[in-house]
Design a binder for this molecule. Structure first.
Ligand code: NAP
Length: 244
């Protein structure tokens, strides 16, 4: 344990597995009190037990990011058990259809936007009042698919492109309050979201670094520890330059 984030409260959505779990463990190892949010209470508790076994502090709060009321409850629980949030990582995400626009199922298309775009909106919106108290950081986990077309289906790309614009809009709104808002693009990370064989052999993405969730932690820590005069409204990527 080191203390880069001592005294800080970090709320991380999608912390039950994958990248969010890796970020929760990495932030707790730097002394943050971590609020782990997702729908699966059982898996959240596994993340919390892992953190506690390593000497860190964390709580689990069940939360569906597509439901605004769940986010209001998340920050109420955060204030009650840990104090107001200093750092928010909007990480929860999913992809429910890779079909073309023409063939896509409307419910799946909408579900992708509800989690990846509205979920990020709710996660940020209800954090702002607390973050305004003494400044802070919002990190939105984005995707290269939000910056260029192709690969993961239209719904995912549109949802991530929307979240990237939300980062920039929020950065302008919140700059006077010392709140930095940035996007972190993890690139390919070995998690459940990448079903086996999802990438075609000829895909330029097969040249991409293939990372583990822990590999995303250093860049997230860098962003979360910048001063209030630090970067905001920017996108930071762990992808290779030629696969952007
Ligand atoms: P993952 O292993 O499938 O994890 C997704 C996380 O999001 C889980 O903790 C899941 O928890 C949570 N989640 C999904 N729907 C939710 C909802 N409605 N409410 C609350 N939590 C929800 O995927 P991952 O790779 O770690 O993805 C994390 C983020 O990275 C996503 O935003 C994804 O788009 C982005 N990303 C990933 C990659 C990659 O290569 N892995 C690349 C670019 C971007 P529950 O199921 O328990 O709710």
């Amino acid at each position: 344990m080191t203390d880069m984030l001592a005294g800080k409260v970090a709320v991380i959505t999608g912390a039950s597995r994958g990248i969010g779990r890796g970020l929760a463990i990495g932030f707790a190892a730097q002394g943050a009190r971590v609020v782990c949010a997702a729908r699966s209470q059982h898996k959240l508790e596994q993340t919390v037990r892992h953190i506690e076994a390593a000497g860190g502090e964390a709580i689990a709060v069940r939360c569906d990011v597509s439901k605004a009321a769940d986010l209001q409850n998340l920050y109420e629980q955060t204030r009650a058990h840990c104090g107001p949030a200093d750092i928010v990582i909007a990480n929860a995400g999913g992809n429910f259809t890779r079909d073309s626009v023409e063939d896509s199922d409307i419910d799946d298309w909408e579900a992708t936007l509800r989690v990846n775009l509205l979920g990020v909106y709710y996660t940020c919106k209800y954090a702002i009042a607390d973050l305004k108290r003494q400044g802070g950081h919002i990190i939105v986990i984005g995707s290269g698919m939000g910056h260029r077309e192709g690969g993961s289906g239209s719904a995912y790309s549109v949802s991530k492109a929307g979240a990237w614009m939300l980062v920039r809009a929020l950065a302008s709104e919140l700059r006077p309050h010392g709140i930095c808002v940035n996007e972190l693009i993890p690139g390919l990370v070995n998690t459940d979201i990448l079903s086996a064989g999802a990438l075609p052999d000829e895909s330029p993405l097969t040249l991409e670094w293939f990372k583990q969730p822990a590999d995303v932690v250093p860049l997230a820590l860098f962003l979360a520890t910048q001063p209030r005069t630090g970067p905001t409204g920017q996108s930071f990527s762990l992808m290779r330059r030629d696969s952007q």
